[in-house]
Design a protein around this ligand. Structure first.
Ligand code: RM4
Ligand code: RM4
Ligand code: MN
Ligand code: MN
Length: 430
């Protein structure tokens, strides 16, 4: 027994919403036509965007104080993919899945690959984990992994990453993301330069084994779990490492991994300019690496980031292909609902960024008219593009109102019956 969301159910749910959608869509089409924008082009773009879902985001996450699991939580990677399928059916732009190893390590990779394929999904990226010790592991990562002072620990961490690459090849993945928890808690504890040298030396070994056509993403983070310093603390360090390694290494920007008030859109612009923007871990935050839902706290920032991305996309065309991935921890919501609404916010920001009158913006920038430059951005940001997002989903076979459709399906209570709770699951960020 495995309840699945069907196309028929979604089609039925859409039926009652189509008439109003068409009205709203036609009206919005007229509004933006006045600005010289063709709504059909925006809808096409919304349909073509792809956002990857993290396998670890479909289970309830936890804080360092507690984890309050929900009902019907996925207990293994197959059940996580079942949940990803439900998201995909409703959204239609989320077929790519990021896996975390060893949390998602399959016994038979070919079986997992086929399981994903049968659900319209594919594994697009791998993530290594050297920030925890696993049962039976020979050496501890308590004092670091790829940058550890002991070469034997570094070797163990390198081998884990090599294993991820090998497994990823069997699963059909095309990218590998490395985030390490390495750093220090006290001044003097670690020699900054030596630690970074050791990290780069380890990364060279991993990069040398990167399969053809793959990308390596280096993810920085300024603090946590190390609270005084981290080895890959900021985008500059990440950029330097990516450049040292070679053309297939890129920087990955997790929105929650910066100090408060950092101008992330400018960081994005710099990485674009230097040809090293690999992709994103989207989420939102108020204070630190809060892993809240994308667009829930600072929607204008998300828009400004997409403003940079769309600017680059229009200039570089298909050559510009950063990976748009989510990385969130859902503590108080149904994780599927959070992933769905976060995906909607990402598409919203993307479509709004395409609404920016770039010729006018360039003129205001050249003539030093800050007020009108901001107004040009604000005009796009304040346009309600919901009918475009709804129409894009509808045309792709997804849900006009994904949350209402998901709730009406009874998916969560069906899973609660199918998946009796276990005391501790592998899903979720703790
Ligand atoms: C909280 C707070 C409380 C303490 C818990 C464990 O952050 O500081 O006082 O009891 O941690
Ligand atoms: C980290 C980082 C990584 C993610 C882990 C679970 O903070 O964001 O991307 O793999 O959490
Ligand atoms: Mn991340
Ligand atoms: Mn994070």
């Amino acid at each position: 027994m495995n309840f699945r969301l069907t196309d028929e159910f979604i089609g039925d749910a859409n039926r009652s919403a189509v008439a109003l959608l068409q009205e709203d869509y036609a009206h919005l089409g007229r509004v933006i036509a006045r600005r010289g924008v063709d709504i059909e082009q925006l809808t096409d773009r919304a349909m073509q965007l792809r956002v990857s879902v993290p396998s670890w985001g479909v289970g309830t996450g936890g804080t360092r104080f507690a984890l309050f699991p929900g009902v019907g939580e996925p207990r293994n990677v197959f059940e996580k993919l079942d949940d990803c399928e439900a998201i995909y059916r409703l959204m239609r732009i989320t077929p790519g899945i990021s896996l975390h190893i060893p949390w998602d390590k399959p016994e038979r990779p070919a079986q997992l690959r086929a399981f994903a394929q049968a659900r319209g999904l594919f594994i697009d990226s791998m993530n290594s984990n050297t920030f925890q010790d696993q049962p039976g592991q020979a050496l501890s990562y308590k004092y670091g992994s790829l940058s550890h002072t002991d070469p034997a620990v570094r070797q163990q961490a390198i081998e884990h990453n090599l294993e991820c690459l090998e497994l990823g090849q069997k699963l059909g993945a095309r990218a590998h993301t490395i985030w390490i928890g390495d750093g220090s808690n006290f001044p003097g504890q670690s020699h900054f330069r030596k630690a970074l040298e050791r990290y780069i030396e380890s990364l060279r070994m991993i990069y040398a084994a990167l399969p053809d056509g793959w990308r390596l993403y280096i993810e920085h983070k300024l603090y946590e779990p190390a609270f005084y310093s981290t080895v890959i603390n900021d985008w500059g360090t990440s950029y330097y490492c990516a450049r040292e390694l070679g053309e297939h290494a890129y920087s990955l920007v997790d929105l929650g991994h910066h100090a408060p008030n950092v101008n992330i859109e400018q960081v994005v612009s710099r990485l674009v300019q230097f040809g090293k923007l690999g992709g994103f871990h989207f989420n939102d935050s108020k204070y630190g690496d809060d892993d809240l839902d994308a667009g829930s706290i600072k929607p204008f920032q998300l828009f400004l980031i997409f403003n940079e991305l769309v600017d680059a996309e229009l200039e570089q065309g298909d050559a510009f292909a950063p990976a748009y991935m989510l990385d969130q921890s859902h503590n108080v919501t149904d994780p599927l609902e959070s992933i769905i609404t976060s995906t909607i916010e990402i598409v919203r920001a993307y479509v709004q960024a395409h609404l920016v009158d770039r010729a006018a913006l360039a003129r205001y920038q050249e003539s030093n008219d800050p007020l009108m430059a901001l107004q040009t951005l604000k005009q796009a940001f304040t346009t309600d593009v919901a009918p475009i997002l709804q129409m894009a989903r509808h045309r792709a076979g997804g849900a006009i109102d994904p949350i209402a459709t998901y709730r009406a399906s009874g998916y969560r209570s069906r899973k609660a019956a199918e998946r009796p709770a276990e005391t501790r699951r592998t899903a979720g960020i703790v």
